[in-house]
Design a protein around this ligand. Structure first.
Ligand code: C5P
Length: 225
């Protein structure tokens, strides 16, 4: 194993709505490994900033609160429960506005640096499955198994629309396509840890592939585990 402290890591990176979260959770369950939704950390940080009236461009202050962020994750009936300062923000952080605010704070280098150790602390035996934008390129760049999952913006917006609906959050499909494209641009063009596949990642396009087929490909990649 090439991973940190010989603990195996599977990273699944990709843009919003590519299905990476679903596949990562299925793989964590199949392998019996820990799961880290790194995007949720950026979403919670943005929420904390809004709660404490901190400007989403105030890099120094955001890095400070990122360092001390009172955040607890737990899995309840396969659903990720997220507590910010003891308050359940699981639903609140899933809106597109929360995703956009997350992408703003995530573009700030000091914020990303402040969150590195917190993310790496999730790397525990027997292994870790994690999804995000820079898991395979930066945070767990020595991971043994790396996947980059993508899909067209239209298909991703449709998936996001269905996901939000299931969570009881109303949205508008054409607005979602615009928001997803804007977020992709910001995530791909930022200077630090831009969204891109690691050179050693398996790149999968899920536009015309169901989640089951993606899951099979990723399971084959990790077959030796
Ligand atoms: O994956 P999710 O949509 O929850 O991520 C929300 C935002 O957090 C992304 O648009 C991205 O800007 C940021 N993010 C990041 N690096 C990660 C995970 C998420 O920059 N590893």
């Amino acid at each position: 194993m090439k991973s940190m402290n010989n603990i195996p890591v599977l990273t699944i990176d990709g843009p919003s709505g590519s299905g990476k979260g679903t596949v990562a959770q299925l793989m964590a369950k199949k392998l019996g490994w820990h799961y880290l939704d790194s995007g949720a950390i950026y979403r919670v940080l943005a929420q904390a900033a809004i709660k404490h009236n901190i400007d989403l461009n105030d890099e120094a202050k955001l890095a400070e609160i990122a360092h001390d962020l009172d955040l607890v994750f737990s899995l309840e009936n396969d659903d990720l429960k997220v507590l910010l300062e003891g308050e359940n923000v699981s639903i609140l952080i899933r809106s597109e506005q929360a995703g956009n605010a997350a992408s703003k704070v995530a573009s700030l280098p000091l914020v990303r640096a402040a969150l590195l150790d917190r993310q790496r602390d999730f790397c525990q035996l027997p292994g870790l499955v994690t999804d995000g934008r820079d898991m395979g390129t930066v945070v767990f760049q020595h991971a043994e198994y790396k996947v980059f999952l993508t899909a067209s913006a239209e298909v991703r917006a449709e998936r996001r629309y269905k996901q939000l609906k299931e969570k009881g959050i109303e949205s508008n499909l054409s607005a979602l396509i615009t928001e997803i494209s804007e977020r992709d641009d910001r995530d791909s063009q930022r200077e630090v840890a831009p969204l891109r596949p690691a050179s050693d990642a398996l790149v999968l396009d899920s536009t015309a592939m169901g989640i089951e087929a993606v899951f099979e490909h990723v399971s084959t990649l990790c077959a030796e585990v």
